[in-house]
Design a binder for this molecule. Structure first.
Ligand SMILES: C[S@@+](CC[C@H](N)C(=O)[O-])C[C@H]1O[C@@H](n2cnc3c(N)ncnc32)[C@H](O)[C@@H]1O
Length: 379
């Protein structure tokens, strides 16, 4: 098996930069969280052969998170048994050797996976934020049934928001106490979460340019591959979330949300409130598309009320107030907009951190602010 630099010296120029990227990932990102990825990333940073293989991928697909997930995918698929064994044994030295060997021997396969796939982090705290916000949307619209439309849904795990249990650090809980998926979340500040339940969910629709289908073996393996191999708790939670999702698979609509949304609304039965959700998705939309997204919601609200719940970086979700917070300040705003037939109410109802694992609820449950006339929403 080749040693870390067996395949030749690190080429000059871009490869040195790539070496620095991998070294930084090992020392500053993986260190303390994943001893395996720390060791593997450092070994790759020192291997000219490995770096050369990674350079066969397009520049935007060379990042350690993508390449390490591609290697992990091959291990989980049984195509890289030595790497799989090293990960299972938590043997960092063996994993480093095996990762280099796989990169050299199966360069084309690693690159093909990296090119085909986007890394995913679709799990954990999002439902802790979405649950009370969707229930609040239904209350404000007077709805006793909702149809969920998650935009930028990835694997659509948000669409099971009513079927998980959530325990908040202040002792409150929401959702299903007996669900196989139990999520902890920390409350920041004194204001309690409203404990209203989400009404009956009559439609679960995911919209994404590239949705992931948890009932498809390759897609499910890719979700597993995106987790780091020495994070058993996250792996167990993902398995539980995927198993839950597989019992009621959402309808996944592939395409640009702007094009696909009218069809998604049409699939929510009359009498149910369509609740669109976006979690850290709109930053991927150009500004003009974000405004067109809002217009789509506005258009859909001509015949019935429509709600939009967002968890997005400060200033990313158009029409949602920023509370005076700075952009890129590290936290996100929980937004709630209800498009009625005569008015749009768009409000920031909370802040959250760490993709929803910590949240502060702000909304006074009995006061509606930011009421204004109906019409095309602005940014
Ligand atoms: C950063 S991920 C967020 C995924 C998920 N909502 C979460 O909380 O982890 C952004 C997702 O938006 C999707 N996406 C980006 N642009 C899109 C568009 N124009 N229409 C639909 N989906 C889009 C991507 O494919 C990706 O799955």
């Amino acid at each position: 098996m080749p040693g870390p630099t067996a395949a030749g010296a690190v080429p000059a120029g871009r490869a040195r930069t790539l070496a620095q990227v991998y070294r930084h990932f090992g020392e500053a990102v993986a260190a303390g969280t994943s001893p395996l990825y720390e060791r593997v990333a450092l070994a790759l940073s020192e291997s000219g052969g490995a770096l050369g293989a990674i350079e066969a991928a397009p520049a935007r697909k060379r990042h350690p998170t993508v390449i390490l997930a591609a290697l992990h995918d091959l291990a989980l698929a049984g195509r890289a048994p030595a790497l799989a064994a090293a990960y299972a044994a938590a043997d960092g030295d063996a994993a480093a050797d095996a990762a280099i060997e796989v990169l050299l021997r199966m360069t084309g396969s690693v690159v093909a996976i990296a090119v085909r796939r986007r890394t995913r982090a679709n799990e954990t705290g999002r439902c802790a934020v979405l649950y009370p916000a969707i229930a609040e949307a239904a209350r404000r619209a007077g709805a006793d049934a909702v149809g969920l439309i998650d935009v930028g849904c990835s694997a659509g795990l948000n669409l099971n928001v009513d079927r998980v249990g959530i325990r908040y650090s202040n002792g409150q809980s929401l959702g299903e106490p007996s669900s196989p998926v139990q999520l902890p979340a920390s409350i920041v500040g004194d204001r309690p979460i409203p404990v209203r339940a989400i009404p009956e969910v009559v439609a679960r629709i995911g919209v994404d340019l590239d949705p992931v289908d948890v009932t498809d073996a390759d897609d499910a393996r890719w979700l597993r591959a995106c987790l780091w191999p020495d994070q058993p708790e996250r792996a167990a939670r993902l398995e539980a979330e995927m198993a839950l999702a597989a019992t009621t698979p959402p309808l996944l609509l592939r395409g640009d949300a702007i094009e696909v949304l009218p069809g998604a609304f049409a699939r929510v039965p009359p009498g149910a409130l369509p609740v669109v959700t976006t979690t850290w998705a709109l930053s991927r939309f150009p500004l003009e598309s974000r405004l067109r997204f809002l217009h789509r919601l506005d258009e859909a609200a001509t015949g019935r009320a429509v709600a939009w719940v967002s968890a997005e970086g400060v200033g990313v979700a158009p029409a949602i107030p920023t509370l005076g917070d700075r952009r890129a300040s590290g936290h996100s705003i929980i937004g709630l907009a209800v498009f009625g037939q005569s008015a749009l109410r768009a409000e920031a109802i909370g802040r959250c951190w760490s993709r929803g694992r910590l949240l502060a609820w702000l909304a006074d449950p009995h006061v509606h602010r930011h009421a204004r006339g109906h019409g095309p929403p602005d940014a």
